[in-house]
Design a protein. Structure first.
Length: 288
């Protein structure tokens, strides 16, 4: 049996409540085939971009400090290697715009999908990456290693500016990373997020939302990760941060943080999110 959380435990506004009650939870809000891990793993391992115009799908992760962007990249690395990967990525986004590639087992080869992450949504002005800079990154104008300047955006005169981005330099899928266990995002961050989303939509860049730390979201998911799509709390979280993103573009995950070995349920969630990132990115590349 499954105990749902009370309806009074979060501060939802009217719109959120409508969304929430419209989708009262009698059934899991998504059916996930937990047994799909191996199929998904094979799929992402064998993936090759449809067109020769690019050598990889570039995924840009953005979201607040500590949301789990770096942890997601290391978790993907671990899942692909089939063992815990020791990747030192924590705090990395401060050190500049960096492309994270993942090595294949075969020496000298990398998977044809790469990740960048941007800590772009700090509330206090003068901190975090500006919406202008995120737009430049989406278009491929930000060179690897460029350290974002919180005071002024990147200009064409800057050595970090890539004036002729190749299809590979562009971002092919945008992922907003938020954590399931943090308090609601503030209006300022929400606005910034909307601006980024709008910019990406104008460029037709596909977007999805990664909801991390679901293991810490509520007692039910702590007990068993398989309860994830039944969790009312999580559904609520997902609904009110929706911002016009359809529910089927939300991917709850648990990143590997403290564990020393892999777990099939954790892997399944990571792989189903990764697979969709790759597919969305590939679709976008087709239209470029
Ligand atoms: N329990 C749990 N902890 C997580 C999860 N994801 C990340 N963490 C922890 O949350 C903390 C922050 O994660 P990071 O991956 O560094 O977050 P980030 O978004 O890269 O943060 P910045 O680089 O500072 O912008 C780390 O201590 C992680 O171990 C998760 O899914 N579950
Ligand atoms: Mg980081």
């Amino acid at each position: 049996s499954f105990t749902f959380y009370s309806d009074t435990d979060t501060n939802l506004n009217d719109d959120d409540l409508t969304l929430y009650f419209l989708s009262a939870l009698r059934n899991p809000w998504r059916n996930i085939c937990w047994g799909n891990k191996w199929k998904d793993l094979q799929y992402v391992k064998n993936y090759q971009p449809q067109t020769k115009a690019v050598s990889h799908v570039r995924v840009l992760l953005y979201g607040p400090v500590g949301a789990g962007k770096s942890s997601f990249i290391s978790s993907v690395t671990s899942v692909l290697r089939g063992r815990m990967a020791n990747v030192a990525l924590v705090g990395d986004s401060y050190h500049g715009y960096k492309t994270h590639k993942i090595k294949k087992e075969v020496r000298g080869n990398f998977y044809p999908f790469v990740f960048n992450d941007i800590m772009g949504l700090e509330e206090k002005t003068g901190q975090g990456v500006s919406v202008e800079d995120i737009k430049l990154a989406l278009k491929g104008h930000v060179k690897d290693g460029y350290k974002f300047n919180p005071v002024s955006s990147l200009t064409p005169e800057d050595p970090g500016y890539n004036s002729s981005p190749s299809p590979d330099d562009r971002v092919h899928v945008l992922v907003w990373v938020c954590s399931a266990n943090t308090p609601n995002v503030t209006p300022a961050i929400l606005q910034k997020m909307r601006d980024v989303r709008e910019a990406a939509s104008d460029m037709n860049i596909p977007q999805l939302v990664l909801v991390t730390k679901v293991d810490e979201a509520c007692a039910e998911t702590e007990k068993d990760l398989k309860n994830i799509y039944k969790s009312k709390h999580l559904k609520k979280k997902v609904s009110f941060s929706a911002l016009g993103v359809p529910l089927n573009c939300f991917f709850p995950v648990k990143n590997y943080s403290k564990e020393i070995s892999l777990n099939d349920d954790v892997d399944s969630l990571i792989l189903s999110a990764l697979r969709v990132m790759i597919d969305f990115g590939d679709d976008f590349i087709e239209t470029m």
